[in-house]
Design a protein around this ligand. Sequence first.
Ligand SMILES: O=C(O)CCC(=O)C(=O)O
Length: 275
Amino acid sequence: MNKKIHSLGFLSQLYEKSPHIRQEDCKIIHCTPIEFKREVKKETNLPIIIQSNLDSQLSLESSEVIRWLEQFNDKKIQVRIGNFSDPKEYAYNRKTYESQFSEYLLNLKKNNQIDKIGYLGNYKLSQDSLLPAWALPPDLYSQNLFMQPSLWLGPSGAITPLHTDGLDNFAVHIVGSKRWTLVPIQHYPDLEVSVPFPDLATDLHTSSIDLNKLGGLEWLKKNHITHTQFICGPDETLYLPAGWFHYVETLTPSLMVNWWVDKAKAKPRILTSVK
Ligand SMILES: O=C(O)CCC(=O)C(=O)O
């Protein structure tokens, strides 16, 4: 096993400073937006699901969603294809095809098959994109602490293999549900990690463990890797503290917008205050 802790980026500092989380304490916390700041101050470094008070009950067919997505219709997009759970394809041999947003959306509605249409993951929204309240992170921090958000749109079966981004993340689930499997950064040395784009993305550290092939939770349990797994869905925002490894499976056709905290403006885990 590659036990190396790559000294690139902020991850090595996070690794040094993160509290050790025991399996019995590794669970997802649920709270309201108001309770969130209080939860975060406890510095447990645990992920939190924030239940929105909007109760928007949206689907890909809702008129608000259709109207919102229309603004992207003419955009050219790169859609991920291939073996989604394969870490090598994710990190090093990523395959994409070019499409137009409107065409992809139409295909997604007609044909919910990952091998036919692929996954529009991490589509960066431009500065002039309009964002409705149900796509925003909880109104607790100044909007300018966040980087431009990304949109994730895809059918069931879309998988993002195990990796960490080194940034605090608010993943706003708008339509559909995803299963998240999380591993705290203390297990960095056990996860055969590499940095696929050292010049472009120093904070993207990917694991070569193919959780899909190895049997997911069973593999984690067998190897005594602390972990938690849960499903996150509409009107919920996952707060994922910087450093957590995540493996994400789309369970039903899904639309999500995620907001990374810009570390040039706020230290990763400002929320839990890594000095
Ligand atoms: O939803 C996904 O497929 C992956 C999301 C992700 O990796 C992230 O929000 O950092």
